[in-house]
Design a protein around this ligand. Structure first.
Ligand code: FE2
Length: 187
């Protein structure tokens, strides 16, 4: 069994304007790293992953200069309470091993953390795969993606990423709740 599932959304939305904005991130944002709540992962990340090798440039969908990019995105994915994050990963850098708790997402939208396992996160690749770019899971590695490929994985699956080639990688995370689950939460 694979650690992740893949679909492609290129036929539902034009990703080029989003990609073109993501490419500008090193000029307009500061680096931010992703930290886990797991003690072992935190220790390893703090010891070995730093500003030099874990550089990530992020932009969030509700940032004033980003909002306009996502006005039609609901046509590509059926989720409620969607949150977007653009990621630019420079060559020679990693996202250290971690899993996503979604606690920050729950707190931001006022959702009880007990619903965190029902939150979905999808990673959309904004450009064609280039040599050296990898997405690591506990029993497999994802690479060779196409622009518009979108992957997701079960809650608390550990993952890490690397751009170990010559070209930067741009990606978009889309986080939200299945409409049926959202109705149940609000019933
Ligand atoms: Fe993650």
């Amino acid at each position: 069994m694979s650690d992740y599932t893949i679909t492609n959304i290129s036929d539902k939305i034009d990703l080029r304007p989003i990609r073109d904005f993501a490419i500008t991130l090193p000029q307009i944002r500061k680096p931010e790293t992703d930290l886990s709540t797991d003690p072992e992962q935190r220790e390893i990340q703090t010891k070995y992953y730093n500003d030099n090798n874990a550089t990530k440039f992020l932009a969030f969908g509700d940032d004033e200069d980003v909002k306009h990019l996502f006005k039609d995105f609901h046509k590509a994915i059926n989720l409620e309470m969607i949150s977007y994050c653009l990621i630019y990963q420079s060559p020679g850098t990693f996202t250290g091993p971690h899993y996503d708790t979604f606690f920050g997402y729950c707190d931001r939208f006022g959702i009880d953390r007990k619903y965190a396992p029902h939150i979905q996160r999808h990673v959309v690749f904004l450009d064609e795969w280039k040599w050296g770019q990898i997405f690591c899971f506990p029993t497999s590695v994802y690479a060779n993606w196409r622009m518009g490929d979108m992957i997701t994985w079960p809650y608390k699956t550990t993952h890490s990423t690397a751009t170990a080639g010559l070209a930067a990688r741009t990606a978009l995370t889309v986080t939200g709740i299945d409409p049926d689950v959202w109705r149940q939460i609000n019933a």
